[in-house]
Design a protein around this ligand. Structure first.
Ligand code: UFG
Length: 327
């Protein structure tokens, strides 16, 4: 059993990682400032309220927890917002990461797993995006993630800390028991918004552009079930702690779904009507982002177990119906 400090462990991806760390016999300790995370999501271990912006908070947390490893999910992650306030994104995602790494070094942590993003690749015409694709971020969110990756690798190399970087494509779904799920405020992501329309909580879903060079004209994305993502993190951390080598890996399902296909799946899974309205394109949206996930499968000896879009939507639907934090 290992003790893992989970920065951002009250958020969507971080809380599912805590669940699966706990199920694997590890002890996750959440470190979160609850700016976008949820206290209700901290169910699988202790929690420390603190901010990556405050080195004193970090020093106190590391002294108390003495973790074997760190998982780092804490970040600002909205592309449009990052275009409006780049300095806020650099401070949160880069300075915050630097503070975390300095504390991790002082505490003698053995391994760090970092949540990066497909946003590091920027606009690309590649049908499948592998880890060797050029990294040319097209917004401050992506550049801040790329910079944080570099700083983590540099610090880890110097101090002999094992280092794993995961570049996420789109994450979807929820814990199948609906203990935790996706809950952002405000919500900007496609699947939870469409599910809210099916639930009658919103009137319609806006489709941001149907004039993209894709089969039905709407954007194509690669959706990975959050449970598969969390399990990849646990395997990755175990691998690092066992001294089996550093990694930088894409996490996705390798299958692309258009916005219209997602909406149709929600209609089929829920049996509810989903009115849609065609809007103009949303700034900064690439036409197609689909992951070449072969390297992650090989390195981790892992396969997504819930790769069907209908399964992700069914779990998101169950979560939205039965739960949801602080409605
Ligand atoms: N979309 C709509 N209507 C909506 C919301 C979204 O048509 O109301 C479309 C978007 O235009 C996009 C697709 O649905 O084409 C998916 O949008 P999301 O907002 O759900 O997700 P993104 O692909 O924009 O963002 C995700 C992550 C980001 C990450 C980005 C790039 O949430 O953190 O992928 O990797 F930066």
């Amino acid at each position: 059993m290992s003790r893992i400090l989970v920065a951002g462990g009250a958020g969507y991806a971080g809380s599912h990682a805590c669940l699966h760390l706990a199920e694997a016999g590890h002890e996750p300790v959440v470190f979160d400032n609850f700016s976008t995370g949820w206290r209700e999501a901290v169910q699988f271990g202790p929690m420390i309220e603190g901010d990556l912006a405050n080195p004193e908070d970090l020093a106190a947390a590391f002294a108390q927890v003495r973790p074997d490893g760190v998982m780092h999910f804490a970040a600002r992650s909205l592309v449009a917002e990052s275009m409006e306030m780049p300095e806020v994104y650099w401070r949160a995602n880069v300075t915050g990461t630097l503070n975390l790494m300095e504390a991790a070094v002082k505490a003698g942590v053995g391994a760090v797993v970092f949540s990066s993003s497909a946003a590091v690749y920027g606009e690309t015409s590649l049908a499948l995006i592998g880890e060797d694709a050029p990294v040319v971020p097209s917004n401050p969110y992506g550049s801040s993630k790329l910079a944080a990756e570099a700083l983590i690798r540099d610090v880890c190399r110097r101090y002999g800390i094992a280092c794993g970087v995961f570049r996420y494509f789109n994450i979807a779904g929820a814990d199948e028991q609906a203990r935790i799920g996706e809950w952002h405020r405000p919500e900007t992501h496609l699947i939870p918004l469409v599910v809210q329309v099916a639930l009658g909580q919103r009137q319609e879903i806006c489709v941001y552009g149907a004039d993209y060079p894709t089969p039905d004209g709407t954007c194509v994305r690669d959706y990975l079930h959050v449970t598969d993502l969390a399990q990849a993190h646990v395997i990755g951390m175990d691998r690092l702690l066992a001294g089996k080598g550093d990694f930088t890996l894409n996490l996705g399902s390798g299958r692309g779904w258009s916005v219209r296909e997602v909406i149709d799946h929600v209609r089929q899974v829920t049996g509810h009507p989903v009115p849609e309205r065609l809007n103009g394109r949303r700034a900064g949206d690439p036409a197609r982002l689909v992951c070449d996930g072969a390297r992650a499968c090989g390195v981790l000896d892992w396969q997504p177990q819930h790769a069907e879009l209908a399964r992700m939507i069914a779990d998101a639907w169950r979560w939205a119906q039965t739960s949801g934090f602080s409605r």
